[in-house]
Each structure stands twice: as structure tokens, then as C-alpha cells.
Write a protein that binds this ligand. Structure first.
Ligand code: DGY
Length: 321
């Protein structure tokens, strides 16, 4: 018998995370690493005091209504919490935490990769060389859009947005941003604030989305707003798929309004949007913004820090509800 808290680890976390978790907790681990069904989540809630969940586990009103009272904390292994109905979980007295900060550098790397890959025609170029179909070169061949010195618009100048700005400064880009609040000058570092998205869009040769997915941000990049961007602009999204109206994006790419897009997130995940597949000017990755070894360890440890604080009777550092 033990009085250690019992936790469910809902997906395959890093070895270092699992080692620390099993040292400090009674752990039930989803070694199969498949997303859990609502019934499996409910069944687990009867057996555990806490869950380390990923964005693949959905805690919506229907599931929350069926959770067992034993479950007291969901320590997310993600910065995004759009898979959780936060007020609903609070109403059931279930604490929710996330893992901010530790994934900003890794996600900022992917944003940079998406921007460069989309602008410089990485999909097309890679396919040509890999398939052996590359049989021609000329100065007119595979000419892309230059990134250096261009204007970058950032929507959501939080932790990841700030890393993207830092990365883009290395390319001598002019940084513009829209955020709920203007940032202090030492964080802005010369970036130009736009109090509205409508003011930012016309100057965004490149637009990178870094805001959370909420009811207010669903479909913020719709047809009307895409039309406000400069002709030949590039859209980058490594935040959440729901921020973009995917049909409108396809239309903007088909019409030539946008030159390219770089996407790590899709409305439907896993899977993405099959209609994007034929478009070589869409550079796509399978939601891997935070997928580096160092960051996975740091995310796991941050989730465990939150659990440790909670079970020690303290307020977890990353409380979100
Ligand atoms: C996050 O942390 O929100 C990433 O999207 C991975 O879940």
C-alpha cells in the first residue's frame, strides 16, 4: 500500500519525464500512445487523482459532466489549453495547468522554418531533387520570395511571438505586431505596435500567428482579412489550425493573392487538410512545433512541477483556471 497520488500519463512522454514521474507517483501510463476515447478518459478519472494530458485529450462539457470526483488536477503537457473547457473544469473543482515558456524556443524555430520553407519553395525544390526529376537550371528557375529585410506581422506577441520576432531580427526584418496590449519598449525592441489586426495586415509581407485558440480567435484569418494583406504575402501558422479559415486560405493561394503558406497546424488533426496536398506552395508539418528532445523533457518536468506543487498543497506555478 502507498499513499502516493495516482496519476495517469495519457500519452508517451519523454524517458526522463517517465523516470521522474514513476519515481514520485503511482503511474498509469498509456504505453500504446493512442489518443483516448471519452469513455477511456472517464474510466481513468475513477482511478487517478491527477492526469498529465496532452492537447489530444479533449475535456469538453460532455466529458467534464461524467468525470469522477476523485480527479483533482489536469496538468497539461502543452501550453495550449483549448482542448479544455476551463470554466467547466473549475466548476467541478478540477485544477488545470499548462507548460508555458519551455517550448517557446522550439516553436519559434518551427515558425522560422515555415516562413523560410514557404517563401523559398522548399516543398517543390525538395521534391524535384529527391525524385530525380531535377534536370534543368536557369536564373529564372524556382525563383522565390526574399525574406530578408521584409516586413513581418506577428499576431499575438506573447512568448512564442517574441521568439519569432527575435529570430526574424536575425534576417533584418521589420517587425510589426498586434497584441491585446502594447508591450513595454524593452520587449518591443523597436517592433511597431498595431492596436487592430486590420491595421497590421496591410503591412504584413509575412504574417505569423501566435495567439491562443479561443472563441474570439476562431477563423480570424478569414477571406476578408486575407484580402487585406499585401499581394504575394505569406501566411505562417504554428499556433492552432482553427485560427485560419482553410477554404479562404486555399482561395487566396489559388487566386495568387498569397504567394505561399507555412502551416504546422490544421483544423483537423491528425490528418490535416487533404485539399492542401496538391499545393506545393503550402509548406506543411504535422504539429511538431515543440517536438525536440530538450523541449519534451522540459515540458514533462514542468507538468510534474505543477503536480508536485498541487499535491504539496500549494498553488501550481502554471495555474490556468
Ligand atoms: C502546445 O503546447 O500547445 C503544443 O501545441 C503541443 O501540444
Amino acid at each position: 500500500m502507498t499513499d502516493r497520488p495516482v496519476i495517469w500519463i495519457s500519452r508517451r512522454l519523454s524517458d526522463a519525464t517517465l523516470a521522474r514521474a514513476t519515481r514520485d507517483y503511482e503511474c498509469l501510463i498509456n504505453h500504446e500512445d493512442q489518443p483516448s476515447t471519452p469513455d477511456q478518459i472517464i474510466a481513468m478519472s475513477h482511478r487517478v487523482d491527477g492526469i498529465i494530458a496532452c492537447h489530444s485529450e479533449i475535456f469538453d462539457a460532455e466529458i467534464i459532466g461524467r468525470l469522477a470526483p476523485r480527479l483533482r488536477i489536469i496538468a497539461n503537457h502543452s501550453v495550449g489549453t483549448d482542448h479544455c473547457d476551463l470554466p467547466g473544469l473549475r466548476a467541478r473543482n478540477i485544477t488545470v495547468t499548462n507548460t508555458p515558456d519551455v517550448l517557446s524556443d522550439a516553436t519559434g524555430e518551427i515558425a522560422l522554418l515555415l516562413m523560410l520553407g514557404a517563401a523559398r519553395r522548399a516543398v517543390e525544390g525538395e521534391r524535384l531533387v529527391r525524385s530525380g526529376a531535377w534536370d534543368f537550371w536557369s536564373p529564372a528557375f524556382m525563383v522565390g520570395k526574399q525574406v530578408t529585410g521584409q516586413r513581418l506581422g506577428i499576431v499575438g506577441m506573447g512568448r512564442v511571438g517574441q521568439v519569432m520576432a527575435r529570430n526574424a531580427r536575425g534576417l533584418n526584418m521589420e517587425i510589426h505586431y498586434h497584441n491585446q496590449r502594447r508591450l513595454p519598449a524593452e520587449i518591443e525592441q523597436g517592433a511597431i505596435y498595431h492596436s487592430t489586426l486590420e491595421s497590421l495586415l496591410p503591412v504584413a509581407d509575412f504574417l505569423s500567428l501566435h495567439c491562443p485558440a479561443t472563441d474570439k480567435t476562431t477563423g480570424i484569418m478569414n477571406g476578408e482579412r486575407l484580402a487585406m494583406m499585401p499581394d504575394g504575402a505569406v501566411l505562417i501558422n504554428c499556433a492552432r489550425g482553427t485560427l485560419v479559415d482553410e477554404a479562404a486560405l486555399l482561395q487566396a493561394l489559388n487566386s495568387g493573392k498569397l504567394a505561399a503558406a507555412g502551416l504546422d497546424c490544421f483544423v483537423d488533426e491528425p490528418g490535416g487538410n487533404p485539399a492542401f496536398a496538391v499545393h506545393e506552395n503550402i509548406f506543411m508539418l504535422p504539429h511538431i512545433g515543440s517536438a525536440t528532445r530538450a523541449t519534451r523533457d522540459a515540458m514533462g518536468f514542468r507538468a510534474l512541477d505543477n503536480l508536485d506543487a498541487f499535491f504539496a498543497g500549494k498553488t501550481p506555478g502554471d495555474l490556468v483556471n
